[in-house]
Design a binder for this molecule. Sequence first.
Ligand code: GDP
Ligand code: CA
Length: 329
Amino acid sequence: MKKITVLAGGVGGARFTRGLLHRLAASHPRAEVTVIVNTGDDLWLNGLRVCPDLDTVMYTLGGGINEEWGWGRAGESRRTSEEIGAYGRGWSWFTLGDLDLATHIVRTDLLRTGATLSEATALLCERWQPGARLLPMSDQPVETHVRLEADVDEHHAGDLVHFEEWWVRYRAHVEVTEFIQVGLAEATAAPGVLDAIHSADLVVIPPSNPVVSVGTILAVPGIREALRRTPARVVGVSPIIGGSAVRGMADHCLRVIGVETSAAAVGLHYGSRESGGLLDAWLVDETDAAALPALDAAGIRATAVPLWMHDVPTSAAIAAEVLAIGAER
Ligand code: GDP
Ligand code: CA
């Protein structure tokens, strides 16, 4: 098990990958991990390019994360965003912490002077040393928007608003009819992404949001096909435990695409490789063991183990199960 590739969103993907690196340090010290990160949540704020999922993964793996929030920097302050608010500019509900702002300033400077997002990410990672190679899913901007079902505040029914506005400002409590990835048609996978899938010994779909994190990565032209064709085993971890999204609102996203909020339904939504889907194997929580027969019947090798990532050891234990299944033939 030398090369492992993970398709990650923010908090769920980052916590899993931290456990994976911890586990690998003990069992496979020479393994190389590549994390293909969702950039559909990226946005411009006050002239700065903000990449929420890339930053969550980078800070989590690099030791700078605010553990309590799951995103942002530890020891953060908000003096700058208070000042911006005093000018009535920016989005009052999206805080840019002072320390976090430095990341966005450096990234935006790099992008404006000709660097690609991949190059900017690599440079930011020189400082954070995340212990894995972080690749944005694409160097072209792809932004997830939601279509509103009804009027809300200054928006009208049918309008598209940025996913982060729906998620953070409205806590996903405003009805939407669809997700649209603006820019997707022109996007290509970033350098190294398809190769990281083709040449991996194991591909992992961690417990990330199946719709707006993993779903968005899979929608980038070429990525889903690369997963179908990779000789590596593809092992997924359920982000749903006992019929609810853990620490999040993934259930609101699943409803929009018509998928039930259950570990089985999400596994079947990804589908088994033998029937044209993505998964060889799927881990569900021990409380969801009743889902195993339906998954096995669909050609997905399913296992029930504890899936709560309380800390690094519990995340590492999940990673150990993934590695064990990935090594089976
Ligand atoms: P985001 O971009 O920050 O929303 O992060 P991700 O897309 O990577 O992951 C968010 C999802 O992770 C949540 O919607 C949950 O379903 C899942 N999740 C969070 N914590 C846990 C956990 O401890 N165990 C499991 N199995 N899933 C989790
Ligand atoms: Ca995200």
